[in-house]
Design a protein around this ligand. Structure first.
Ligand SMILES: N[C@@H](CCC(=O)N[C@@H](CS)C(=O)NCC(=O)O)C(=O)O
Length: 420
């Protein structure tokens, strides 16, 4: 029986296990797993006492707790020396694994989880997490001042564990400003995540260009200035004022007078008979066939437009769970325009080769710009507007992207997400 790693997609606690497996040439099967529906079954609770993931199923029984699993996989081969070259080095590796669990994972998750929508935003908790992570990174900085890696002179499970816990913080929230105090950590992290064994699991990690903030969080003032409409520029000024008067430090976001969203203005000034919410109800409550029949009857091509998007960097997508995470993040970050958009994204192709991310979107108005303004990730896609009147071929493509659970454009659908 192959070793099976049960995990939800893109769980950072699974990264260290999968990376250690890459170094040791250990084959791990990662079955599809739906959290939380699959995790509380008696069968699963027999594997993991609290129904948590990751958990490793082996021929002798299950191993729970991600660090125990990572150690098990690291020890499966001696010559790779992932667990250090001596009894002492193994203890050093353990020090960093424990340090990571207590000093890094906790603040990292409290900071990142609200951003990815796993937890509601709490200003006091996030502010404290940022400070706590600073202290932990300070200790890491000191340790890396004269060393390339944490233990010995090559990558061990210590680096794998700590770098895995930092993937989301470094990608999402640790801004260049915050990173400035930690040049050695940044150098070491970049070295780790660029190793082929890391890349095979986590793909390409780009360091955050600015702090991504959660819904409900005060927006960090942006550094680079994109040309913005006047209303937005005004809002930025208000953000700045909010910082200056210290109201953020007290955990009280200053009250903002929000300008209406440009699409809300459009709703007022150029009414459309097509109502987004009505369409979403139709889609949710009818068969695909019936939904699409009604859609083409009510679609207002003057007030709304249809778009096909294709991810520009498909060649980098080899792991399905990482790619699912990419798509999940995209859907999440589009929240600001939920009232005026609907879309389905799918991943097609073959895991290990190329995974293709594409989608069909419906948006209020004739421009995709509101999507790009709401969601920076939209820049990673090519967007092609569906010409009107919609041709039969385009109707078939949109229908396939919104409804097919089996194939899209002749390729098998491996995962799909709906934004409604
Ligand atoms: N200390 C555990 C923590 C595991 C954990 O909290 N896993 C989360 C996913 S990252 C989970 O399963 N949460 C769902 C739950 O608690 O039911 C480990 O390192 O494995």
């Amino acid at each position: 029986m192959a070793l099976k790693l049960w995990t939800n997609p893109a769980n950072f606690r699974a990264f260290k296990v999968l990376i250690a497996a890459e170094y040791n040439g250990v084959e791990l099967e990662v079955p599809e797993f739906n959290h939380p529906s699959d995790s509380k079954s008696p069968d699963f609770l027999a594997k993991s006492p609290l129904g948590r993931v990751p958990v490793l199923e082996t021929p002798q029984g299950s191993i729970f707790e991600s660090n125990a699993i990572a150690r098990y996989v690291a020890r499966m081969r001696r010559d790779t020396e992932l667990y250090g070259v001596s009894f002492f080095e193994s203890a050093q590796v353990d020090s960093w694994i424990d340090f990571c669990a207590h000093e890094i994972e906790l603040p990292a998750t409290i900071w990142c989880y609200p951003v990815i929508g796993y937890m509601p935003y709490n200003d006091a908790a996030v502010s404290k997490a940022k400070e706590d992570l600073k202290i932990a990174l300070g200790a890491l900085e000191k340790a890396l001042l004269h060393r390339t890696y944490l233990v010995g002179d090559k990558i061990t499970l210590a680096d794998i564990t700590v770098a895995s816990a930092l993937v989301y913080p470094m990608k999402l929230v640790v801004s260049p400003e915050y990173r400035k105090a930690f040049p050695c950590v940044t150098r070491w992290f970049t070295t780790c995540v660029n190793q082929p064994q890391f890349k095979a699991v986590i793909g390409t990690v780009e360091l955050a260009k600015e702090e991504m903030t959660a819904e409900g969080a005060p927006k960090a003032p942006k550094k680079e200035k994109k040309p913005q409409p006047a209303k937005k520029a005004k809002k930025k000024k208000e953000d700045k004022k909010e910082e200056d008067d210290g109201s953020r430090d007290l955990g009280m976001p200053a009250e903002e007078k929000k300008a209406p969203h440009p699409l809300a203005v459009m709703d007022k000034e150029a009414k459309s008979p097509f109502v987004g919410d009505t369409w979403k109800k139709i889609y949710s409550n009818n068969s695909y066939e019936e939904s699409m029949k009604q859609f083409w009857e009510i679609f207002d091509a003057e007030g709304w437009s249809l778009w096909i998007c294709r991810y520009k960097y498909n060649a980098e997508n080899t792991r399905l769970f990482m790619t699912s995470n990419l798509v999940g993040g995209f859907i999440q970050r589009s929240g600001e325009i939920r009232k005026w958009a609907f879309g389905c994204m799918q991943i097609t192709g073959e895991e290990g080769k190329e995974l293709i991310v594409s989608g069909a979107w419906l948006i209020r108005g004739q421009s995709i710009q509101p999507m790009v303004d709401a969601n920076d990730d939209a820049n990673w896609y090519d967007w092609v507007k569906v010409a009107t009147p919609v041709s039969d071929a385009d109707k078939a493509l949109v229908t396939e992207m919104w409804c097919s659970e089996t194939t899209v454009e002749g390729r098998p659908v491996l995962d799909g997400k709906v934004f409604k």
